[in-house]
Design a binder for this molecule. Structure first.
Ligand SMILES: Cc1ncc(COP(=O)(O)O)c(C=O)c1O
Length: 397
């Protein structure tokens, strides 16, 4: 591994993978020696259109030739951000939707929490156990894993937790609650889908007590589960929608979206209720707009469901206990955390990128670009089965 990487760049763990990437294109990453790696992870769901999609690269280059940063978010009327926000309004089913563009998923969560408090005048936030919403102080406060939070205490107060998919807990949502925040599909917990109209029941309870429902679509969002956002399949409309990751095809981006009457409360009393220098950055907004147009003008979203079926048909092995998730947001559950670990590392040696999930050690993440071909899926699944066979043989010998 490059020593300078360890010496000069801050690390997030003691054993980073440390792959040195020279180039990335379509479904492949290439190292310095030119070895190709088929990418079943897509930058942890961020490169939905694959690497360096020509349409997105062109949109970025066109914008670079016009202007980059010219003013902090919200002061000037800049075409890329306006056009992206208009497209979001037309495609989210949120009435009178306004979009606030920021720099990352976690900042979008911070914005959504502030907006909920500002609009309702209440302070309590209810989140789900095992949820992940990001790593800044507010987002981290939503996490239920005490061990991960303790070194950073005190975090923001008045956060309560409910169990995802458990309707018995819904009475915890009361007139004191500003908002309930949920991932539509729980990501880090193992790609867990809402069941038995759970989200509709949460929304009904929120309406009863005047709380807002915030849905975090940062992982499933941008076409990964067959629709632009996964809540569109669950018959529920959030009061505040949070998006990010695949939004700008690999450039850093996030946004929160809400009906005008809610969103407008951030602009007064106090004015500038949320401000950011680079939010809605023209180059990133141009990439986001081009990403959205590409998804809306092709069959990629619908095809992700066919590709899911292909994965499910191909990935059959005694070590695989279950496949969770939807579309191209799949978690392959194996018999033990050790097998998951070995599989991820072995696959990398054989030129296939897989990855872990945050809170489910027996799961292996499969979130490839939506542009992946059926042949590439077959190739990658063969590598997974070969690795699992090898792991099985090693345990016997
Ligand atoms: C569901 C969910 N919410 C929020 C975030 C935070 O996004 P970011 O890493 O862009 O801050 C993530 C990132 O993994 C996520 O998966």
């Amino acid at each position: 591994m490059n020593k300078d990487f360890l010496n000069y760049q801050a690390q997030t763990s003691l054993q980073p993978l440390g792959m040195e990437i020279a180039k990335a294109k379509g479904s492949y990453l290439y190292n310095k020696e030119g070895k190709a790696y088929l990418d079943f992870v897509a930058g942890v769901s961020a490169c939905g259109l694959g690497h360096c999609h020509p349409t997105i690269v062109k949109a970025i280059k066109n914008q670079l030739d016009l202007y980059m940063h010219v003013m902090v978010y919200g002061e000037y009327a800049l075409a890329p951000a306006i056009e992206f926000s208009k497209l979001i309004a037309e495609n989210t089913a949120i009435p009178t939707a306004k979009t606030y563009m920021v720099n990352s998923g976690t900042e979008a969560i911070e914005g959504a929490l502030k907006l909920a408090r500002r609009y309702t005048g209440r302070s309590e936030i209810i989140a789900a156990k095992n949820a992940y919403h990001g790593n800044t102080m507010g987002s981290l406060s939503l996490m239920s894993y005490e061990k991960r939070k303790t070194p950073f205490l005190p975090l923001i107060p008045e956060i309560k937790h409910i169990s995802f998919n458990n309707t018995d807990n819904l009475t915890s949502i009361t007139e004191n609650t500003a908002a309930v925040i949920l991932e539509t599909i729980q990501g880090g917990a193992g790609f867990i889908l809402p069941q038995n109209n759970y989200l509709q029941k949460v929304k009904a309870r929120c309406e009863e007590v005047g709380a807002l429902l915030i849905l975090d679509e940062i992982q499933p969002g941008f076409g990964r589960t067959g629709k632009l956002f996964s809540y569109l399949d669950f018959n529920v409309i959030p009061d505040i929608l949070v998006i990010g990751k695949g939004m700008a095809s690999g450039l850093p981006a996030g946004a929160f979206v809400a009906p005008a009457k809610i969103m407008d409360s951030l602009s007064n009393n106090p004015k500038m209720g949320h401000i950011t220098t680079f939010g809605g950055n023209p180059v990133i907004a141009a990439a986001a707009k081009a990403t959205l147009e590409e998804l809306l003008n092709t069959n990629l979203m619908a095809e992700s469901l066919k590709k899911e079926t292909l994965f499910r048909n191909l990935l059959k092995h005694p070590y695989i206990t279950k496949i969770r998730g939807k579309g191209l947001m799949l978690a392959v559950l194996v018999q033990s955390a050790e097998i998951a670990n070995k599989l991820i590392l072995k696959a990398q040696e054989k030129g296939l990128i897989l990855f872990w999930l945050l809170f489910e050690p027996k799961a292996v993440r499969i979130t490839p670009p939506l542009t992946i071909s059926e042949q590439e899926i077959e190739e990658g699944c063969n590598v997974i089965l070969t690795c699992l066979n090898e792991i099985q043989n090693e345990s016997v010998n």
